[in-house]
Design a protein around this ligand. Structure first.
Ligand code: PBG
Length: 325
């Protein structure tokens, strides 16, 4: 490569049109998935205090919100349910008339061009707030698989387009794939939360989904934030078991992991720009310490640059507005 003064990198930065031509990464509406929370009740939208602009919607309001997403051209939503009652086995997670099952049916009836992805986990539905069956103070892996399978199949029956297991039990992708195939849902893709870290960035989500663990933490099943090689092993396992899309979560503190997963596996990679990442930007922007639009677009672009094909983000609707201006 020629050197200064022959090569002057600033030449190509001189105007916006030049910058547009040499820009390597672009963020578009095509990349976005908007997460939503659904509760029982009517005509309800409760704003989540640590996530300004995000709500717990009753089903009627959720359908309205889903229509808005479709009209903005956002390809998909991922749904999280807050049940009426919780118990040790998270029964409402796999009940035919559970909150998610009802919500999926309602959206599918009313909105035709929006992908409905369902998060498969038990922590929102269990009274102890953990992602599986508890025995001896810890989550039991293999018995939990049966419940996750039931939950996935019930989501598929309700009409879910994509199943997204977020529990981090070993072997769940294979178990869910087998069951979906057996029930005739061989064409429903699995978006696996493959490298999901035990992160402090989920704090606001746990308020939104009312899913904070009642004792202990999730470190015996979610990954240690210090590990990247282990993430590659987790992703490899999920792909072998039948994952169609692999996810890294959170996104911003794990850009290196996103990059390695993309380079190593050449699979569709999703990244979850989680609640804490959203809340930090919102809070700083409300204090006028940072420019919300510029910071959010910079963060989301960096997640794409790292290698993500799609981003689950609470900024999705704002991004569409920002990109149109
Ligand atoms: C369920 C689940 C969580 C998130 C997505 N699915 C919470 C957790 O694992 O504690 C977090 C999403 C976010 O923080 O935005 N297990």
């Amino acid at each position: 490569m020629s050197v200064f003064p022959i090569y002057r990198p600033r030449r190509l930065r001189a105007s916006e049109n030049l910058r547009r031509l040499v820009r390597e990464t672009s963020l578009s509406v095509d990349d976005l998935i908007y997460p939503m929370f659904v509760v029982h009740g009517d005509d309800t939208a409760i704003e989540i205090s640590s996530m300004p602009g995000c709500y717990q919607y009753s089903i009627d309001r959720l359908v309205k919100a889903a229509k808005e997403l479709a009209s903005l051209g956002i390809p998909g939503t991922i749904l999280f349910g807050i049940p009426e009652t919780k118990d040790a086995l998270g029964s409402e997670a796999y009940a035919e008339d559970g909150i998610i099952q009802q919500a999926v049916r309602a959206i599918k009836d009313a909105v035709s061009d929006l992908l409905v992805i369902t998060d498969v986990c038990l922590c929102e539905y269990t009274d102890h707030g953990h992602c599986g069956i508890i025995e001896g103070g810890d989550v039991q892996n293999d018995p939990t698989l049966d419940l996750l399978v039931k939950e996935s199949v019930s989501h598929a029956r309700a009409g879910a387009d994509v199943i997204a297991p977020s529990d981090m039990m070993d072997g769940r992708v294979g178990a869910i794939r087998d069951a979906l195939d057996e029930e005739g849902y061989e064409n429903i893709p699995i978006m696996a939360y493959s490298a999901k870290y035990a992160s402090a960035f989920y704090g606001p989500f746990r308020e939104a989904a009312e899913s904070a663990p009642q004792f202990g933490d999730r470190r015996s099943y979610q990954m240690d934030p210090a590990n990247a090689e282990e993430a590659l092993r987790e992703v490899a396992l999920d792909i072998e078991e039948g994952a169609d899309i692999v996810m890294v979560k959170p996104a911003l503190s794990y850009l290196d992991v996103i990059h390695q997963v993309k380079t190593e596996f050449q699979m569709p990679v999703a990244a979850y720009n989680v609640s804490g990442e959203y809340a930090m930007i919102k809070a700083a922007a409300q204090n006028e310490w940072i420019d919300e639009k510029r910071v959010a677009l910079e963060v989301l672009t960096s997640i794409k640059r790292a290698g993500a094909d799609m981003i689950l983000t609470y900024f999705a609707k704002s991004v569409v507005e920002w990109l149109e201006i």
